[in-house]
Ligand binder design. Structure first.
Ligand SMILES: [Zn+2]
Length: 511
C-alpha cells in the first residue's frame, strides 16, 4: 500500500507590466507539494476486554524517537535539519495536546508487540518491545535524501488497537527537498509545522486504511461510513460519518449532501476534495498561502471514536464554498463564483482569501473544468520580504505594500494620469474597522471600502480599486499570527500558542 504522489515547482517568474512600459522582476521560489501517505497495515491488536479501565481523559500525549538521525549521520547539515524537524514535532504535538483529549489506553498497550520490527523506515528498538510507554501516540521520525522525488514528508500508522486507535506511527521527511528551505525564516518554519501537523492527522485517523477501524460512540464500527458517487465525471468517495455529514450539511447549506467528498484525483484519497474546499490543512496539496484547520477535520477526528474530545474552539473559520448549496458540491464548477475562475481567463486576480494573486489555472487535484486563481506563482501579500525584492520604482508606481497587514485587492490603479494597467491582484496595506469597513492604503493615500464589491477611484492614480466581495468575511479572516510566533509556537485562529519555555503574544519571551 505504499503510495505517494507529489509534485514540485520551483520557478522564477517574470512579472511584466507591459502597458506601463515597465518590466520588473519579482523572483521568488514557490514550492508546492502534494503529499500522499504511506499507509502500513500491520496487524490489529485485539484488546482484552478485561483490561478495560475507566480512566479520566487527559490531553493527548505524543512521544517521538529520532534515533534514526543519529544512527545514520554525523553530517552537520543533517543534524541542523534534525533540530528543525524536532522543534516542529514538539510544536505540532503541543497543538494536538491542546486539541484532543483521550482516555489513556490500558496498561501495557503501548508496548510494541507487532510481528514486524520496523515502523516506516525505522527499526523499532528492543526497549520498545520490552516496556510500556506513558504516551498516547509514539512516533518514529526518519528522513530520506531524495531531491529527485517530489514529496516533502509522508507518514503512516503502524499499529492500532481495536476501538482505541493508533499507538505507533512514523513520519519521514525528505531532506533532499527540505534542505532548500530557509527555516531561520519564521514563515518557512511555520510551513514545516503545518506539514508535520498534516502528517500527524493522517496517523491519528485521516487515513483510508484506518476509516474501517473508526468506531461510533458505543465503540461499534460505523455502518456505511462512505458512499461512492460520480460527480463532475469522476467517481468520488463521500465520507458520511455523523459529525462530518452534519458539518458538511451546515457548511454548504445542503440538507441532502451525501457526505464530504474525499480527493478523487492523484490517488490521494486520504484528503478532502480540493475542488470543494481550498486551503484546508488536510487537502492533498499544500495550500498556496496558509492552511486552515476547519471544522471538517475536527469533525473527522471526532468520528474516529478514538478520542474523548476535540476542542471546537480551535476550529478555524473558512469561507470557501460556504452556504453555496448542493450544486457547489456535486454540480459543475461555476466560473462566475469567486471560488473559481473562467477557464482560459488571462487575468491575474487575487486568490479566494486575498492573500496573494495568480493566474487562473488547474491543478492535478481540481476536477475537470474547475480552475482557480492560484497565488503560487506570485508573491504573497503577507510576506514582507517581498518589500525588498520588488523594484522601488515599480512599488511606488502601484502603491504596493507587503507584510502581515497587507492583502490582495483586484485593482488597475497606477500613479499617473496618462498610463493604464489591466486589472490584476495588487497587495496593499489595509485595516478593518469594527463596522467591517476596509481602509485601504494605496501608497500612503487612504480610501475606504464601505460596501461589498464597491469600485473606488484614488486621487493621483488612474484606474479603479475593486473592494472585497464580502467585507465581513474579508475582515473575519485573519489567519496570521504576530511574527509567525517567532518559530516558538503554532498559530491558531490568529493567536500564538507557545511551546514550553516561551510566552507572549508572539512567543518571543522566555517563560
Ligand atoms: Zn496528506
Amino acid at each position: 500500500m505504499n503510495k505517494f504522489v507529489a509534485n514540485i515547482f520551483v520557478a522564477c517568474f517574470v512579472f511584466t507590466l507591459s502597458q506601463a512600459h515597465q518590466q520588473k522582476h519579482i523572483c521568488a521560489h514557490e514550492i508546492m507539494n502534494e503529499q500522499l501517505d504511506q499507509e502500513i497495515v500491520d496487524f490489529i491488536v485485539y484488546e482484552n476486554d478485561r483490561n478495560l479501565q475507566s480512566t479520566d481523559p487527559r490531553n493527548l500525549k505524543i512521544t517521538y524517537d529520532m534515533a534514526y538521525f543519529s544512527n545514520l549521520s554525523n553530517n552537520l547539515e543533517i543534524q541542523t535539519f534534525r533540530s528543525y524537524c524536532e522543534k516542529s514535532i514538539i510544536i505540532a504535538s503541543n497543538f494536538f495536546s491542546n486539541l484532543i483529549t483521550i482516555v489513556p489506553k490500558p496498561a501495557g498497550s503501548m508496548k510494541w508487540d507487532s510481528k514486524s520490527d520496523t515502523c516506516g523506515k525505522a527499526t523499532v528498538p528492543s526497549v520498545d518491545k520490552a516496556t510500556d510507554k506513558d504516551s498516547d501516540l509514539h512516533l518514529y521520525i526518519t528522513f530520506s535524501d531524495n531531491p529527485q522525488e517530489t514529496y516533502l514528508a509522508y507518514a503512516g500508522w503502524c499499529r492500532s488497537l481495536i476501538s482505541r486507535g493508533p499507538t505507533h506511527g512514523h513520519i519521514n521527511f525528505n531532506f533532499g527537498l527540505l534542505k532548500s528551505f530557509n527555516f531561520t525564516d519564521s514563515l518557512q518554519f511555520q510551513s514545516l509545522i503545518q506539514t508535520v501537523t498534516h502528517e500527524i492527522i493522517h496517523i491519528l485517523g485521516f487515513s483510508r486504511s484506518l476509516i474501517t477501524q473508526w468506531v461510533d460512540s458505543n465503540k461499534n464500527p460505523h455502518i456505511n461510513s462512505t458512499v461512492q458517487l460520480t460527480v463532475r465525471g469522476i467517481l468520488t468517495t463521500f465520507l458520511k460519518t455523523p459529525n462530518v455529514l452534519e458539518f458538511a450539511k451546515m457548511y454548504y447549506g445542503c440538507d441532502t449532501i451525501p457526505g464530504m467528498p474525499l480527493e478523487n484525483l492523484g490517488g490521494s484519497s486520504s484528503h478532502w476534495e480540493t475542488t470543494v474546499i481550498q486551503d484546508e490543512l488536510m487537502n492533498a496539496a499544500q495550500a498556496s498561502t496558509i492552511h486552515i484547520f476547519t471544522g471538517f477535520t475536527a469533525a473527522l477526528l471526532r468520528d474516529t471514536g478514538f478520542y474523548a474530545s476535540v476542542n471546537s474552539n480551535m476550529e478555524e473559520k473558512s469561507f470557501y464554498g460556504k452556504d453555496a448549496g448542493c450544486s457547489f458540491v456535486t454540480g459543475s464548477c461555476d466560473g462566475n463564483k469567486r471560488e473559481f475562475c473562467h477557464v482560459g481567463s488571462q487575468e491575474k486576480n487575487c486568490d479566494y482569501y486575498y492573500q496573494g494573486f495568480g493566474q487562473c489555472k488547474s491543478s492535478i487535484f481540481l476536477d475537470e473544468n474547475c480552475q482557480i486563481y492560484d497565488s503560487f506563482s506570485y508573491p504573497q501579500c503577507f510576506d514582507d520580504s517581498n518589500n525588498f525584492q520588488i523594484d522601488p520604482t515599480f512599488k511606488n508606481a502601484l502603491g504596493v505594500s507587503f507584510g502581515p497587514s497587507s492583502k490582495c485587492f483586484n485593482s488597475s490603479l497606477i500613479k499617473s494620469t496618462n498610463r493604464s494597467i489591466q486589472k490584476q491582484g495588487i497587495c496593499y496595506n489595509y485595516i478593518c474597522t469594527d463596522a467591517y469597513q476596509v481602509i485601504v492604503d494605496v501608497g500612503g493615500t487612504k480610501v475606504t471600502c464601505s460596501n461589498n464589491g464597491e469600485q473606488l477611484q484614488v486621487v493621483g492614480y488612474s484606474g479603479i480599486l475593486t473592494c472585497p466581495e464580502k467585507l465581513d468575511q474579508f475582515c473575519s479572516f485573519n489567519k496570521l499570527c504576530p511574527n509567525n510566533c517567532n518559530s516558538n509556537g503554532f498559530c491558531n485562529n490568529g493567536t500564538c500558542i507557545c511551546m514550553n519555555g516561551f510566552k507572549g503574544t508572539a512567543c518571543d519571551q522566555a517563560a
